[in-house]
Design a protein. Structure first.
Length: 175
């Protein structure tokens, strides 16, 4: 087992725990918000902001993890109709584009946003938490996207196949 695959396994394990914890906290927070608003008729002041921040973190980290599992939205009609060599090239090109986006937008742009909000001392209105802590998930998710795109690029042979999907098989059976 290579260093990269061992690293990715450990990162995956940590992300699963982190995402499950964040989702559980989000469910508890929203449940408390509904309870205080409709049952106790005294809405809690912090739950909306906590839910918003948790949703930001779950979305960005979950998006990177979905990319890792190939559960993200993808359009593979073109790649499925290419030769294996061209499909590998296109797959590697998409990995390269994801890496460029991760570096330029998420890591550098997100890092600049974190630095700016930290320098300006921007705090959240209700919880009074530095917004840099909330925005820190942007470069963090960028590092995850970059890591996963490197893994996919290096192991392109393992990820590019020309097996027909169940939709194709179903469609041919009905035609």
């Amino acid at each position: 087992m290579t260093f990269l695959s061992t690293l990715v396994e450990h990162v995956d394990r940590c992300l699963r725990v982190l995402l499950a914890t964040l989702m559980a906290l989000l469910v508890l927070d929203v449940t408390w918000q509904v309870t205080t608003r409709f049952i106790l008729t005294q809405p809690s002041s912090f739950t909306e902001e906590v839910a918003r921040f948790l949703l930001i973190w779950v979305s960005l980290i979950g998006g990177a993890y979905a990319y890792r599992l190939k559960s993200h939205l993808g359009f593979d009609l073109l790649i499925r109709n290419l030769s294996l060599a061209k499909a590998k090239f296109m797959f590697r090109l998409t990995c390269l584009l994801v890496a460029i986006f991760a570096i330029a937008v998420l890591i550098i742009g997100g890092g600049n946003l974190v630095h700016l909000t930290w320098t300006l001392g921007q705090f959240s209105p209700v919880l009074n938490v530095p917004m840099a802590y909330i925005y820190a998930v942007i470069p963090f998710s960028g590092v995850l996207f970059l890591l996963y795109s490197i893994v996919f690029f290096v192991d392109a042979e393992l990820h590019v196949t020309h097996t027909s999907s169940s939709d194709d098989t179903q469609g041919k059976a009905n035609g």
